[in-house]
Design a protein around this ligand. Structure first.
Ligand SMILES: [Mg+2]
Length: 259
């Protein structure tokens, strides 16, 4: 099948674009295979910090899209790299799941369970508790700063959506009266810089394919990439915000990339 679009660099969102939960979007494997057959550069770009890049690559491979960890850029990796440049080895408290904590340790941070830290790292955390919120509050009272992985309100899964990192961010901001200083995930230029470096492509020759207007499409529009909205995830056909955001192309799903 031939790819219908001319772009050299392809940044492809995962949840809602390539798969929903454990279900591959129909035609996604063939679309990615077509891009690769034409020697386009492809990287998978996810705001989700729940698993490591190796685990996302293994999931893609299992679902029929062969991938290695280097093909995947997610918000936990980008946060760890960004904070390592700002404050290497700092003591941190992580509101997040074990793979997020492991990524911080792998980048040389001292991950602590108490409030004696310089940073509170806020991620999508399905084990978020009052105790974690309290530790974050005490850490901020002691001078800690706030950094987060991603601004998504919800994460699409099979049959619906579940609360995402915006819920953890809002809770911490509400009780501390501090605003999160840095959110590295889409639509931040921080994750895009890492992704384009991985592709070896400039913004003007690249495109982002995604299902979410306020992250995928907004980042592309702001930073000079072409944008392809797919309607297989959280954005419904007829949503008035589609016209307001004005992606370059709107497809029913990633399957329509190639014909
Ligand atoms: Mg998505």
């Amino acid at each position: 099948m031939a790819v219908r679009f001319p772009y050299r660099g392809w940044l492809v969102d995962l949840d809602g674009t390539v798969y929903l939960g454990e279900q591959l979007v129909d035609g996604a494997a063939e679309a990615i295979a077509s891009l690769r057959a034409e020697k386009r550069r492809v990287a998978f770009l996810s705001n989700k910090p729940l698993q490591t890049r190796e685990e996302y690559a293994a999931k893609l491979t299992r679902l029929g899209i062969p991938a290695s960890a280097d093909d995947v850029i997610n918000s936990s990796l980008v946060l760890a790299r960004h904070l390592r440049a700002l404050d290497p080895g700092a003591p941190v408290f992580v509101i997040g799941e074990p793979p997020m904590q492991a990524e911080m340790r792998a980048h040389g941070f001292e991950v602590r369970e108490d409030a004696g830290v310089r940073w509170v790292v806020i991620a999508f955390d399905r084990t978020f508790t009052y105790a974690k919120l309290n530790t974050a509050l005490q850490a901020v009272r002691g001078g800690a700063r706030l950094i987060a992985t991603n601004p998504d309100r919800t994460c699409p899964v099979e049959g619906g959506e579940i609360p995402d990192c915006a819920g953890m961010i809002a809770a911490v901001e509400a009780v501390t009266d501090q605003t999160v200083e840095i959110v590295v995930g889409k639509p931040s230029p921080i994750i895009l810089e890492v992704a384009l470096a991985a592709l070896g492509c400039a913004p003007a020759e690249s495109v982002i394919v995604g299902d979410r207007l306020e992250t995928d499409m907004l980042m592309g529009r702001r930073l000079g990439l072409a944008t392809i909205l797919v309607l297989s995830g959280v954005t419904r056909p007829g949503d008035p915000r589609i016209a307001a955001t004005a992606p370059d192309h709107v497809l029913r799903s990633i399957r329509e990339l190639a014909e």
